[in-house]
Design a protein around this ligand. Structure first.
Ligand code: DGY
Length: 309
């Protein structure tokens, strides 16, 4: 970007307050965000020169899209380049959770392994089990294919809108109600976007409908799961285990989750491979360059802003 613009950057990766962010953005026309910076009406009003915010993330719940469109500020995200990497990770987290990988590793490292036992860290099978997916976008479809084609899983999904028949056949996935999904899945993976509607989509009432042997994986966004209710369900064993890559109020993690053995915790790394993170960064940079130099963007979220120019 330095070949095209005068760039100032947060190389120290400091956590800026909203006020600091406003101060840093004075006089700037474009901002490259990583998904944690809130871009809302207050910031837009205080940064009148801003024309584009390019998120290096597919999720954009840090953007108030309506306020950005009203202010004539283009929003872009970074879809597709991370789909397969994130689906890989969702699958890995599901397997680690079902097969109790972290618990077993900690046990071994702590020197507690004295002999082979028939029930030592006995977990749940992946192959032949029922995989439930809540949120069947590109990443959900990638996980469905891995489960159906690679592990012989029966795949069921629920989504705001049902997929077309060809895509369902391609993913070997059947559409069910949310209730059916909760009741039937052996392994439930959450891949839906965060919005006020999806806030606490999995809370105490939903957890109560799941099988006591079921596992839950969240690679979507914190806030989709009520972490407090989940910690209680894990403690009471109303579900068997969970794998979480995202948390309500992250980087803070609910203290009860930190204490529980039957939860695998990772720090929001589902898309973290070097090639994918580079592709995400390049896409965000290309959006900034394309828009500020030529009025074009590859992945606009509010294309009406482009049309108005
Ligand atoms: C995304 O792209 O939305 C990932 O969660 C990284 O923020």
């Amino acid at each position: 970007m330095a070949q095209h613009f005068e760039v100032s950057s947060n190389q120290g990766d400091e956590a800026w307050t909203p006020l600091q962010l406003i101060q840093k953005l004075q006089g700037t026309q474009g901002v490259f965000t990583t998904g944690g910076e809130r871009i809302d009406a207050a910031l837009l009003a205080a940064c009148p020169d801003l024309k584009i915010c390019a998120n290096m993330a597919v999720g954009y719940n840090n953007f108030d899209l309506e306020a950005m469109t009203c202010a004539g500020v283009l929003a872009t995200n970074a879809p597709e380049v991370l789909t397969e990497t994130t689906a890989d990770f969702g699958f890995a987290l599901m397997m680690a959770t079902a097969r109790r990988l972290m618990e077993a590793e900690h046990f071994l490292r702590a020197g507690l392994w004295t002999r082979w036992r028939y029930d030592l860290f006995a977990g749940a099978d992946i192959h032949g089990s029922t995989l439930g997916i809540l949120g069947m976008g590109r990443i959900g479809q990638g996980i469905a294919k891995r489960g159906a084609l690679g592990f012989g899983m029966k795949v069921i999904y629920h989504n705001r809108s049902r997929l077309d028949v060809a895509t369902e056949i391609d993913c070997r996935a059947s559409y069910v109600s949310k209730q059916e999904l909760l009741k039937t899945a052996d392994h439930l993976v959450l891949v839906l976007p965060y919005s006020p509607e999806s806030h606490h989509a999995i809370g105490a009432p939903e957890l109560a409908q799941m099988k006591p042997t079921a596992t839950l994986v969240n690679i979507a966004r914190g806030g989709i799961v009520d972490d407090c209710a989940l910690a209680l369900a894990l403690r009471n064993k109303t579900i068997a285990a969970a794998g979480l890559d995202v948390f309500e109020g992250e980087p803070a993690v609910h203290p009860d989750l930190l204490r529980l053995p039957n939860v695998v915790l990772t720090p929001h790394i589902a898309s973290a491979t070097l090639p994918t993170r580079l592709a995400m960064a390049n896409l965000a940079a290309d959006n900034l360059i394309g828009f500020l130099k030529q009025g074009k963007a590859l992945t606009p979220l509010n294309p009406e802003v482009l049309l108005k120019r």
